[in-house]
Design a protein around this ligand. Structure first.
Ligand code: PLP
Length: 423
């Protein structure tokens, strides 16, 4: 009998005991092809030697030293690696243990930035419906996933939520993708004006929506327009790339493909590829200077920030991605996977849409293809597809089903970047 409060308590879980490339192996020797990287985490598979060796070497040298006393070499080297490859203007990093912490850090950076500048009326965040930014209370409040929020609603700060950019459901038939992107972005300006521009500190969005909508990229031009609106009103743009970043979409940062530089970008999952818990909040030099050069510094901190062995693991992950040309493979296999899914399922009675970027692909499941009618909550297919796939030795992630009745449920595919055609 288990003594753990698991994510799901009704179905007994297999016990994972080993990893081999893109496979997870359980205690009775069954192999599962990890077609979702867990939840878009395991971008290098489960047995990458250089990462394991780097973590072991760091553990032998020094596992951890508290960051109020010391910095450490892997954290400094990882910060250098990331900022050299980040969009122009991003100059510094704050390392945490995961995606929720990265986003909490981003919100607090934004608030302290305006506090230090004397714009203390700015405290409001605008985010989007059908988004997910984590499960800590701040991140949950900013997220727009009705199902995940329901129980905790009284504990959540007030956040404005505008429509996501979700062409499959919201683009009109007579509208081009670009025109739709413009219209979707205009919702931000309207909300800023409604709240009063001087009260808003940040707009927060996933560059490619992950767990809630199943790999939905924005329409062309959407984020450029969003950037212009943020600049016009002096509001910070925070992009959450916890799921979509670190190469998952075929470029290190997903926003490179949207042609925008955020003021803050968060990442986690693919950063450490699951070998150690780690997340990061990257910021512009303007934000860094405003906070770091102030007498009080950043009013924030966790015990495990800049963890030496986590940073050593993540640095090895990022170096392996470059040394092995895995972003190229991610793009190539992503096209292949999307084509194969299209051939097999595009006409399926319950497949509404297949979309994504790189090895980050969502399949939206609907009750009726013509009307795009989602399944009723009790009839959703995603959990059943997941269970059937596990029986067949395949891991795929059941996303969506946001309890708001305005989207279908989804299957998210996000295999490791080492995936080959044979898999
Ligand atoms: N932001 C996004 C876009 C995510 O997909 C997730 C996790 O799925 C998070 C934040 C939260 O990350 P974590 O579970 O590491 O706290």
């Amino acid at each position: 009998m288990t003594r753990i409060l698991h994510r799901q308590t009704r179905i007994p879980l297999p016990v994972a005991v080993a990893g081999e490339g893109p496979y997870v192996i359980d205690s009775v020797g069954r192999r599962y092809l990890d077609a979702s990287g867990g939840a878009a985490v395991s971008c290098l598979g489960h047995s990458h030697r250089s990462v394991i060796e780097a973590i072991k070497a760091q553990l032998d040298a020094l596992p951890y030293a508290h960051t109020s006393f010391f910095t450490n070499e892997p954290a400094e080297a990882l910060a250098e690696h990331l900022t050299q490859r980040a969009p122009a203007g991003i100059s510094h990093v704050y390392f945490v243990s995961g995606g929720s912490e990265a986003n909490e850090t981003a919100f607090k950076l934004a608030r302290q930035y305006f506090w230090n500048r004397g714009e203390r009326e700015r405290s409001r965040i605008i985010a989007r419906r059908q988004s997910y930014h984590g499960n800590t209370l701040g991140a949950l409040a900013v997220g727009g996933n009705a199902g995940r929020r329901a129980v905790y609603e009284p504990l959540l700060i007030e956040v404005s939520h505008i429509e996501p950019c979700y062409a499959y459901r919201h683009r009109r038939d007579d509208e081009s993708e670009g025109a739709y992107g413009e219209r979707a972005a205009a919702a931000l300006e309207a909300e800023i004006l409604r709240l009063g521009p001087g009260t808003v500190m940040a707009f927060v969005a996933e560059t490619v929506v992950g767990a809630t909508l199943g790999a939905v990229p924005a329409a062309p031009g959407y984020f450029r327009r969003i950037r212009e609106i943020c600049d016009r009103y002096g509001i910070l743009l925070i992009l959450d790339e916890v799921m979509s970043g670190m190469g998952r979409t075929g470029t290190l940062f997903a926003c490179e493909q949207d042609g925008v530089t955020p003021d803050i970008v968060t990442c986690a999952k693919g950063l450490g590829a699951g070998y150690q818990p780690i997340g990061a909040c990257l910021m512009s030099s303007t934000i860094y200077d405003t906070i770091a050069l102030s007498p009080e510094g950043f009013q924030h901190g966790f015990t495990y920030i800049g963890h030496a062995s986590a940073c050593a693991g993540a640095l090895a992950v990022q170096r392996a991605i470059e040394a092995e040309g895995l972003l190229d493979n991610c793009r190539k296999q992503g096209i292949r996977l999307a084509e194969a899914l299209g051939q097999r399922f595009a006409q399926h009675a319950h497949v509404g849409d297949i979309r994504g970027r790189g090895l980050f692909i969502g399949v939206e499941l609907v009750a009726d293809r013509e009307t795009k009618q989602p399944f009723a909550a009790q009839d959703r297919l995603n959990a059943r597809v997941k269970a059937k796939a596990m029986e067949a030795g395949l891991m795929c992630y059941p996303a969506g089903g946001t309890a708001d009745g305005v989207s279908g449920d989804h299957i998210l595919l996000a295999p490791p970047f080492i995936i080959a055609a044979s898999h």
